[in-house]
Write a protein that binds this ligand. Sequence first.
Ligand code: DI6
Ligand code: FE
Length: 409
Amino acid sequence: MNIAAPPGTLWRHARLASFQPGVPWGWIENAALWIEGGTLRWVGPESSLPRELPPGLQEHDLQGALVTPGLIDAHTHLVYGGDRAAEFEQRLLGASYEDIARAGGGIRSTVVATRAASDETLFLAAAGRASTLMDEGVTTLEIKSGYGLTQGDEARCLAVARRLGRELPLTVRTTSLAAHALPPEYTGRADDYIDAAITWLAGQQAAGLVDAVDAFCDTIGFTTAQTERIFQAARALGLPVKLHAEQLSDQGGAALAARHGALSCDHLEHLSPAGIAAMAQAGTVAVLLPGAYYFLRETKLPPVPALREAGVPMAIATDHNPGSSPCLSLLLMLNMACTFFRLTPEEAWRGVTVNAARALGLPDRGVLATGLRADFAVWDAEHPRELAYRFGHRPCRRVVQAGREIIHP
Ligand code: DI6
Ligand code: FE
């Protein structure tokens, strides 16, 4: 028996910010998108739509609505137990983020809550968070482990992230971040903990749980020597690396990551000129996280003009986590990337589309062009700059993920 392929769809009369190279925003004024399966079979102006379209195409008239690629949140810690509202209160009474971390609170308190939570509790909490991001047009999400910090709990958190990708209409990329914080049982033995974390990687990979490996290289995290050892183990397994680098101080982490061909270095408020040069040479993406900058009330800005000058691609992400960025709006990050970091609206948009895809090593998305994935969002706006300008609004009207409409008007 011949099983008929599902009929394709044709989306007509879009105002399209495609992010294809050539013109600003990859703008196509009156565009059509023809989808077969989960792929864009053809994208271009209505005036050059292929004459011979297959019969039975389902047509949607967008009536001039704005269409962009589905948003990509390239840095989150979405799977964890509990929250840190009490710590927020302590900070308002005078304690610093670092004071709290040194006193055994901070990341470690989330580790305790995560270990105590069942798989189902972790899944339901993370699914709720993912849905909130998806309501704003997110179709691809990176999720890091790093709140389990035992072999079993790290694997559990990565498995929860994988399950989100199976059960929600969403691509989830998982990153192993065992080197996030030193668990209490290893106090004073950070090198032994790194030895242990290195032995977990092969099993995570064999179980299909991990797409990349990350570490927190900072005074309250791990040293460059420890980061180097994790990276060597990851690269020996063929896993790409990324790094929480120069967030609170300049450790030279970005240059180290670039030497290992890192997909991205993230945070980067304290990034040095040498770090920028190394990232530019390696083609490493700078993932800027304005939510953490805002929430920790940082005053040192990431060196955006120098990154721009060096041609380092910049991405923007929520860094959603309970301690430094309890934020579930990637659109708000667009606005903050512009207001705090002085990105242009187009740079900020590239940061949640084409450059975010690159930070995850996903060349099939972030741009709307023939042959790429059919992930896109339809907005109540005339131009994407409006979405970087307003904040606290709800402009997402429809979302198509892998060719299927998952949010309807
Ligand atoms: N840097 C951060 O901002 C988050 N992790 C990291 O390495 C904070 C995580 C937390 O405070 O729970
Ligand atoms: Fe982070």
